[in-house]
Design a protein around this ligand. Sequence first.
Ligand SMILES: [Zn+2]
Length: 265
Amino acid sequence: MIPPSETQLSLFGTTTTRLEDKDPPPPAKGTTAAKEKTANTISHSKMVQDTLKQFLGPKTQLVWTDNKSVLLSQGSGKNKHTFRMHQMFMEADEKVIVAIGRYFKTGHKPSGQLVDTFIKAHSHLLMHHEGSLPLNTGKGEHHDLHVIQEALSRIYFNGKVNLDIQWGRPRRQKRGRRSIQLGSYDARVQRITIHPSLDKAFIPEMCVARIVHHEMCHHVYPAQRSPSGRRMVHHKTFLEAEAQFVGAEEADAWLDRNLNKILRG
Ligand SMILES: [Zn+2]
C-alpha cells in the first residue's frame, strides 16, 4: 500500500487525476425487492459517510465511483472534503469502512491490510458484466492509453476527465474494407475504446492522442437535440472543443495517408 499522504489507494499502482463523479447504476424500479435494495443502499451509504466523517472531519462527502484503477481517493475543495469510493465497497461492512477511515487518517498499517484483503476478495466486482476484459487493457504494446488520456485530461480538460479506456479486441478485417472506426465512446458505461490496429510502433503517439481526444470530447460535450429533434453528435460546441487539439490537421492527414497500412494491420 502507498502511504496515505498520496491520498490514493490503488490496486494497480496507477496514479490518476481527479475523477468525474459517477452515480451507481439504479436497480430495476418498482418491485418490492428493488425498493428494499434502494433503502438498504441509502442507509449503507449514510453509515459509510458518517463513519468517514468521524475520521476525516464533518465536511467529508462520500462519492461512489466506477473508477477501476483508483478505488479509494480523497481530495479537499474549498468547503468540503470529498472521499471517492469504488462501488465494490457498497458491500463492505462497518469494520471495513472504519479501517478505511483510520488508514486514510493515520496510515494505520493493520487497517490498510484489512482493506487490501477486502479488495482482493471483491476484485471480481471490478469487471464489467458484459464481455469482461482484463483490467488495464489500455496499456498496449506500443501506446499506453491511460498515459495518453491523463496527459490530454491535464492539458485540455483541467485534469477532470478520467474515463475507462481500453484497446478494442483484434478482429479479422473484412477484405477490401476501405474505412475503419478508430475510436468510440460508450456513454452508458463511460468507456473509450480505441481500435487495436493503432497500437503499432509506426503510428505516431500524436495520432493516437488525436483519436482519444475526440472521444473524450464526446464525454464532455454529449449529444444534443437539434430544434427539429435530430440527435447531433458532432455539434458546434463539440467541434469547437475538438479544434483545441494542437496538431489535429497533421494527425488526420497522417492517418489518411497511412490508412491502407493501418488496415492491413
Ligand atoms: Zn465522434
